[in-house]
Design a protein around this ligand. Sequence first.
Ligand code: TA6
Length: 286
Amino acid sequence: MNKQFTNSAYLSYKSNENQTLFVLKHPLFSATISEFGGQLLNFEPIDSQPLVWLSNSAKLDCSKPIRGGAPICWPWFGPAPTHFEGEPQHGYARNLSWQLESLTESEEQVNLVLTPKLPEPLNEKLQLALKLEYTFNKAAEITLSTTNVGNHAFELSAAIHTYLNIPSSPDTEIPDLLNCVYMDKLTNSIEQQSEPFQLNQAMDRIYHYQDANLEVVNKNTKVQITNDGHDSIVVWNPWKQGSEAMVDFDDNGYLSMLCVESALTRGYSLMPGNTHKLKQKLCFKR
Ligand code: TA6
């Protein structure tokens, strides 16, 4: 089914394996979101290259989370907390089917709202309402809203686990991270970024970075990332050995991606009736 909107945006629903992909075309950009995971898989501003990276070996058949784009980690980041033992790494959101609740569009931008189809026992257990909002123009803005609809505080962690489409060469830098303290998950130690950040090895780091703005630069590209509601920025590249060990990661995929994730990882109690919003906005900067 294809649908044309009043201005210049087109939304088409493309059946792909066991799910539907929402494909948007607009004079300012093109974008694809998967029903599985509610996940941004592609965003391409007009006259630019894709901003996010999707693995050529990604599974799109709902058998596992989709490797690439901007997966949502929710309601925890990393391994399941003790009281959810045995539950999936990075939570449920990227394994759920999502529905498109609304779409509004104009010549300037398109806005989409998605909600997850949470199975009833899980809904009952979590007592959280979740909403994902995308705003696209020349930038892509992702907002994850969590509301505590229960009677007890919920220890929330989350991430917008974006795979940037950027070469992993030593000239790829994140200058804003200089002097920032980070948790190095590869060595299990707390470190400080005392030298300029350079991408030349496997890394899995949680930077204690709370500023809104961050730039990822190399000699050909500059990506501007604006964050809100985060307490950390996660930077991950599995490098060669790590890529080869994952079935859904191209062996040389590590050469063309870098995960830069807006995240809430350091302990956040979401009180009954309250809403937390985690935001990431991405655009090329010229
Ligand atoms: O965000 C970094 C990270 O937590 C890494 O530790 C790494 O394993 C990655 O996410 C990918 O996790 P996944 O469950 O998608 O294989």
